[in-house]
Each structure stands twice: as structure tokens, then as C-alpha cells.
Design a protein around this ligand. Structure first.
Ligand SMILES: [Zn+2]
Length: 103
């Protein structure tokens, strides 16, 4: 890699454990009391890692889903991200405050 010039930011520049840890903590908080599926949305991850362009954050999310270390949808929708070992039992109650999503 040349020493001069800015380097292009890549998905691998985002720390995997940091991203999974962030999603895991939000999953856990939101599953408290069984009122929520615990989902984390892609734009929330984008906000947490806003030092990176959102396209790079989303590329990282897609990679983690592909590697099956993260559950969710990579298509560009809200994602419904959950760290797999936290996949909650069937006590999910839909939160009516959430806007419906049509891709
Ligand atoms: Zn989707």
C-alpha cells in the first residue's frame, strides 16, 4: 500500500466484535420483559458507526449475515438484526409503534 494518499475505507476496517457487541447489547435490552423481538435496525448500527460511510457499515452487516454470525436481512431493508445465540423464544409481541416496512 502506498504511503501517500488517503486509503479507501473498507468493511474490514470496522471491528467485528465491536459491531456484534453493540447489536447484542441492544438485543438484550429490547428483549427485557418480552415486549419486543429485540431487533436492531441497520440505521441504528449506521448511527453507532457513523465515523464510517453507511455503505461500508451496511457492507459489513451483509458480510456478518453471510458468515452467519449475525441473523437478519441483508437486502437493504431495516434488517431486523439479532446475534444468533440470542435468538429469542416465541414470545415476540409485535410493537404497534413500529412503522410497517415495504421494500
Ligand atoms: Zn430485507
Amino acid at each position: 500500500m502506498p504511503a501517500e494518499g488517503p486509503r479507501k475505507v473498507k468493511a474490514s476496517d470496522i471491528d467485528t466484535d465491536e459491531m456484534l457487541g453493540f447489536i447484542r447489547v441492544l438485543n438484550e435490552e429490547r428483549q427485557q420483559g418480552g415486549l419486543s423481538a429485540g431487533w436492531v435496525y441497520v440505521w441504528e448500527v449506521g448511527e453507532r458507526f457513523k465515523m464510517f460511510p453507511f455503505a461500508v457499515v451496511h457492507a459489513k452487516i451483509r458480510r456478518l449475515i453471510h458468515r452467519e454470525v449475525l441473523n437478519g436481512c441483508p437486502c437493504g431493508c431495516r434488517g431486523d438484526l439479532v446475534v444468533p445465540d440470542l435468538d429469542f423464544p416465541k414470545r415476540v409481541v409485535w410493537m404497534p409503534s413500529l412503522p410497517s416496512w415495504k421494500p
